[in-house]
Design a protein around this ligand. Sequence first.
Ligand SMILES: Nc1ncnc2c1ncn2[C@@H]1O[C@H](COP(=O)(O)OP(=O)(O)OC[C@H]2O[C@@H]([n+]3cccc(C(=O)O)c3)[C@H](O)[C@@H]2O)[C@@H](O)[C@H]1O
Ligand SMILES: Nc1ncnc2c1ncn2[C@@H]1O[C@H](COP(=O)(O)OP(=O)(O)OP(=O)(O)O)[C@@H](O)[C@H]1O
Ligand SMILES: NC(=O)CC[C@H](N)C(=O)O
Length: 537
Amino acid sequence: MKLLIAQIAPRVGDLEGNVRLIHEALREAEHQGCDLAVFPELTVTGYPPEDLLKRPAFMIAVDKAVGQVIAGTSAVCAVFGAPRRDGESLRNSVLLAQNGKLLGVYDKQRLPNYGVFDEQRYFSAGNGTNAVVEVNGHRIGVGICEDLWHDDLARRQAEMDCDLWVNLNASPFHTNKQLEREALVRRRAMQFGVPLVYVNPVGGQDEIVFDGGSHVVDGAGDLVLRAPLFESWVGTVDTESEEGRIISPLPEAIEQVHRALVMGVRDYVHRNGCRQVVIGLSGGIDSALTAVIAVQALGAENVLGVLLPSRYSSDHSISDAEALVANLGIEAVTLPIASGVSAAEDILADTFAEWGKSEADVTEENIQARIRGLLLMAISNKTGRMLLTTGNKSEMAVGYATLYGDMAGGFAVLKDVYKTQAFELSRWINRSEEVIPWNTISKPPSAELRPDQKDSDSLPDYEVLDAILKANIEERLGVDEIAARGYNRAEVERVVRMLQLAEYKRRQAPPGVKITERAFGRDRRYPITHHFYEWEK
Ligand SMILES: Nc1ncnc2c1ncn2[C@@H]1O[C@H](COP(=O)(O)OP(=O)(O)OC[C@H]2O[C@@H]([n+]3cccc(C(=O)O)c3)[C@H](O)[C@@H]2O)[C@@H](O)[C@H]1O
Ligand SMILES: Nc1ncnc2c1ncn2[C@@H]1O[C@H](COP(=O)(O)OP(=O)(O)OP(=O)(O)O)[C@@H](O)[C@H]1O
Ligand SMILES: NC(=O)CC[C@H](N)C(=O)O
């Protein structure tokens, strides 16, 4: 059997565009003489359409788009995904259509409702009927993404008499997720004893990135095809012949993260109607790394750097930012902020004096961060450039960022990248030539909001901070369990306390690219207001 694998990039809600992508792939499948063309989950709407599914007008438009796909089919059987109204219920379905007619419909049985997924908010589960559809005399078994991950379901699927299984997916990226997918698909293919075709989309959608990596495994569990990761790809595989098979390389973990960040930024900016961005450049590692990713995602001509020196800025912060600007070939402007900071302080001076609160504290530090935020947003408004924020996961975890200051902006590129990983990424980016000035990477991190300030004055070393954070966030370990790993108990308590108390800041933070198994956002939903403390009161 000859199949077309359509690793395409559907856009959520762009029904017309998605139908066009399907038709283009179907034409290619006809040209290649394929029996089947297999698409990703919810091809017609993109994934996840969220509460658009609750709008009657959206579902009317979906039905129309599905009709157009079916009407446009010829001898090639299109195997595509769409939401489907079924009486009072809504189903997450796969439709099989050939020669303008519907051959079969399968409804997803296992609706994921953890992590970033919310499918039980929208869909009712199918009961497994119509899981096998006959196409050109071949029996095709059909599954949808999460269906594949459940052993009990797989045992039933294995009993069905099929020649081939296809699984349509919308499986969001986290680091090395492809290894998990391929191990699973190999196991299932051997269980089913027939080739298994796994098709995943590409593209960034708000905080998630689809990394593609569609693949085919034969009934013996051997990988016979792997499409490239992080790019649209439409190609064929013949289950009876080895001709034209490709096994694209699997990038190492750090490269996967880099490519996910680049794709996440590009698609977020472009799909929200912008082409250009602005970034405050401090000479530090986070703004440098953010700028490099922005340049790789959008092109140097679309990135503006703004240097905003204050009275506490060190000489190297300016020279390191200038070196970065030169290395990247981006446009940059310098706007000293001292007069703006003084103006804000002057306005407040008499009132603070009346209250006996003239002594400078974090208030004045934050005024600097906020004047920067104000100026960067003014540039954003005047030029239509989206402001990228630079805070990393370690800082967002402990609240080491100023509301309406350095948190101001539209998209937080490093929101799911721990500080230690920001260093690793920066060194990897510099592996063959200096892109990020080496001084930026080697100097101790500092917010430079008061004289001689260093991050290590208020935070544990990033190695220790990140290890504690990962244990609490990713592994959900408590204070005692983390301390038992050999960390100072008081330090663990302090970090866990900061993490819990900063929930209010994270809820006001811009979205950013998910690269870990538990990103801040939909993956990790804690109340802001609560009274369960994991530290000594
Ligand atoms: N639960 C809650 N819900 C809503 N609002 C809440 C709140 N709890 C406090 N607040 C409010 O939040 C305010 C405090 O937040 P905020 O104004 O942001 O200020 P705050 O967290 O006090 O200070 C910012 C911290 O971030 C550090 N920083 C700033 C800038 C850059 C960097 C860096 O290197 O990246 C680090 C800075 O050194 C300082 O430690 C309080 O005044 C209070 O009104
Ligand atoms: N002098 C500056 N000029 C321009 N932007 C600045 C300046 N100082 C801070 N910013 C902006 O505010 C962000 C937070 O800066 P800060 O230096 O306080 O923290 P950081 O987390 O160490 O970031 P970085 O590693 O980029 O310095 C910076 O990444 C940058 O976007
Ligand atoms: N859309 C889905 O059903 C995705 C769930 C699945 N476990 C994954 O690969 O992420």
